[in-house]
Design a protein around this ligand. Structure first.
Ligand SMILES: Nc1ncnc2c1ncn2[C@@H]1O[C@H](COP(=O)(O)OP(=O)(O)OP(=O)(O)O)[C@@H](O)[C@H]1O
Length: 692
């Protein structure tokens, strides 16, 4: 509830307190900069001191960066307990020079009541206050009384700052929501669960907001995981560009963001049909790759190796044992090959040693038989007479340097060639290409694939598609070993888009199995066959994941949700529609004829742009109309996007072009249409083609 009397006075009170916080922030930044300057100017001796200095400089640089990132809206909230204590909440924690608490970091436990308290459960609070700043200046405050001492709004999510945040014009970049995070969202963000947390809910229920604030919370609250890195994985660059400002504005620059292309460092250059992507996304492809790679390792075969004039034969049993030793511990093909070679060379040296001993013994026996003396004994006696009897014990066998022979064999190109014949070094790109052109190998590994599906897989192509990247990643893991970069925690957004193979790519990078996974299967595109969280996560964690469903819609008005409800009932009958907290214009439909469509669209978009000059307009249509729409709407400021590419995005106004074509363009087109319909915060206008 807003405190109407004395607002100016309260603003003044807060202004003085917040001014003091900024003064302190400036001091801490200046101190950190000065400390960094001193460290850099100080003498360093030797590599150890140099390393220690670099670590300290990096730490101070990070501190400065984090403090500076916290500068905008440094303090945004305050809570007053019924016992009269008050705490200010902000983007970072601050103490005065003498240690008094000035500001609590929003992620600290002490800040939890700011988010979690409701009138029904006030958690000891009397008042929650939101502060609005313009630059460094407090310009407004807004209160909610939580202890029942004044009238309270029945719906806690409908409070002033939230409605103001939701009503603000969109900019094409997602904004953080740290000041208005709602209780159901905050409970997930702040969860102490370190395993897999799944968050679903309809479009606009704040899944992305929760995921990003969760990433910031993990970085703050779980240092052990944070130290191993935090990754935000998104389906495409457009989406990551949309969200990329959120974490830095929460003071977090340490989280990385990536698409499949970033993880594999390969840019897809070709597109393919969704049916091809679906086949390539299936986990059986991992089995096929594993078999293909295993087929390039020896099994049950002896190994003939030529050394000098001789050919040594390692029997099949020894070769299999060497294979077993080399691959135990899950080593990948190429590193295991090196270990295999070492085992083989050891076996060869043992063979040679045995042969030499046998040959020498034979010779000794022959000499003894001929001369009637024991040669070894005679040599030992001579050495003793010369005072060199220690040599006998120390060298044992002074004649043969077996270690030198072993090293020589390891470097011998002939040996490498012999091993190459049974265990060739492989290249992941080449292996993938060869498997995907080998219909016999594919049919053997994937007997349930139809001939059509095999034909899809083996179709000749150039370059990589998005679905290929997870296959390439799998091949690299099998052939060269796990990826270099691992993460302590991974946030997966739009997770309904991931195929089984793409889940493997993510999990491979997260040995801790600590993930925040957000998505909505009603919005799933058609490039994957995964349709439930159990299907997605079961192979890695079985049912061990915490599952939350968000129910309040913060994006779309009740009118737009109402219009989308029949479509939702059709594509996901089991899903409860979310509940919107705002009302607005009723969506409208205009019938147009194709030849006149271009002019109509431009005119309507221009009208909307004139009526709402600061707002963002999205024009969403079938993929095959996008090039034309982009030309037609050039200069209007509207963003033109294919219906297949709008997941996660949002606009103030949406023009939906030819919904029937969106729906029939591909399998799952109805879900594309549902996503398109739920992108607007304020209004939707549909342009439907009149049958001619
Ligand atoms: N607590 C909040 N305070 C302010 N804005 C919020 C809050 N929660 C969500 N929003 C806003 O609501 C909109 C929808 O949120 P978000 O994109 O996270 O939803 P989503 O569930 O990920 O949607 P979709 O499934 O369509 O991708 C965004 O503009 C977001 O900033």
């Amino acid at each position: 509830m807003r405190v109407d009397s004395g607002v100016a006075q309260q603003v003044e009170v807060e202004r003085r307190l917040v001014d003091a916080m900024y003064d302190r922030l400036d001091c801490v930044v200046a101190d950190a900069l000065a400390a960094r300057g001193r460290v850099l100017a100080g003498p360093v001796e030797g590599p150890q001191e140099l390393y220690a200095r670099d670590v300290e400089v990096a730490r101070l640089t990070r501190t400065v960066r984090e403090l500076r990132a916290a500068e905008g809206s440094l303090c945004f909230g305050r809570i007053d307990s019924t016992s009269g204590e008050s705490v200010h909440i902000g983007r970072t924690g601050l103490r005065s020079a003498d240690g008094a608490l000035l500001l609590v970091d929003w992620r600290a436990d002490a800040a939890r009541p700011f988010y979690a308290a409701t009138p029904a459960s006030p958690l000891g609070l009397r008042r929650r206050r939101h502060l609005r700043l313009n630059g460094r200046r407090v310009v407004d405050v807004s209160d909610e009384i939580l202890d029942g001492s004044s009238p309270i709004p029945p719906d806690v999510v409908g409070d002033g700052p939230l409605v103001a945040a939701l009503g603000r014009a969109r900019t094409g970049r997602m904004r953080e929501a740290v000041a208005t995070l709602q209780a159901e969202q905050d409970a997930i963000v702040r969860s102490l669960h370190r395993g897999v947390t799944v968050v679903d809910g309809g479009p606009g229920t704040g899944k992305t907001i929760v995921a990003l604030h969760r990433a910031a919370y993990v970085l703050y609250a779980f240092p052990a995981l944070a130290g191993q890195g935090v990754l935000v994985f998104g389906p495409n660059r457009r989406f990551l560009d949309y969200i990329f400002e959120v974490l830095p504005s929460l003071g977090e620059n340490d989280a990385q963001s990536a698409t499949s292309a970033d993880l594999t460092d390969v840019e897809p250059t070709t597109i393919e049909s969704d049916s091809a992507a679906r086949v390539k996304g299936r986990a059986q492809l991992a089995t096929a790759l594993t078999r293909w790679v295993r087929d390039h390792q020896p099994r049950g075969v002896p190994l003939d190796i030529r050394i000098g004039q001789e050919t040594l034969v390692l029997d099949a049993e020894s070769v299999d044992a060497a294979h077993r030793h080399a691959t135990q511990g899950g080593f990948a093909h190429n590193p295991a090959r090196e270990a295999f070679k070492e085992y083989v060379v050891s076996d060869l040296v043992n063979l040679l040693e045995k042969r030499t001993t046998e040959a020498l013994t034979e010779m000794d026996d022959e000499v003894a038989a001929l001369l009637g003396i024991d040669l070894d004994q005679a040599v030992a006696e001579d050495l003793r007479a010369l005072g060199l009897d220690d040599t006998i014990a120390a060298t044992g066998d002074p004649e043969v340097d077996w270690d030198g022979i072993r090293d020589g064999l390891l470097d011998d190109p002939g040996i490498d060639l012999a091993i190459e014949a049974v265990w060739p070094r492989l290249h992941a790109t080449d292996a993938l290409r060869r498997l995907l052109t080998d219909s016999t190998a594919l049919t053997a590994s994937l007997p349930d694939l139809s001939d059509d599906e095999i034909a899809i897989l083996t179709r000749p192509r150039r370059g990589y598609t998005n679905a290929d990247l997870a296959l390439l990643d799998e091949a690299r893991a099998l052939i060269d070993g796990p990826p270099e970069q691992m993460y302590g925690h991974i946030v997966v957004d739009e997770a309904q888009e991931l195929s089984e193979m793409q889940w493997r790519m993510i999990m491979r990078r997260c040995p801790t199995r600590s993930l925040t996974v957000v998505g909505d299967f009603a919005q799933a595109g058609s490039a994957t066959t995964v349709r439930s969280w159990t299907e997605a996560l079961g192979p890695f964690v079985r049912e061990r994941f915490a599952h939350h469903t968000l129910t309040v819609n913060y994006r779309t008005t009740a009118e737009i949700l109402h219009a989308a409800a029949p479509l939702l009932a059709r594509i996901a009958p089991e899903q409860q529609p979310s509940r919107s907290i705002r009302n607005g214009e009723r969506p409208s439909t205009v019938l147009v004829t194709d030849p006149g469509m271009d002019a109509s669209i431009r005119e309507l978009v221009e009208q909307t742009a004139d009526a709402h000059p600061d707002e963002l307009i999205g024009v969403i249509g079938p993929s095959d109309r996008i090039a034309r729409l982009t030309t037609v709407l050039d200069g209007t400021g509207a963003v033109v996007v294919a219906a297949t590419d709008t997941r996660g995005l949002e606009f103030d106004s949406v023009f939906l072009i030819d919904p029937a074509a969106i729906e029939t363009a591909r399998q799952g087109g109805a879900r594309d249409l549902y996503v398109a319909l739920t992108r607007a915060t304020k209004r939707v206008l549909t342009l439907q083609l009149r049958a001619t």
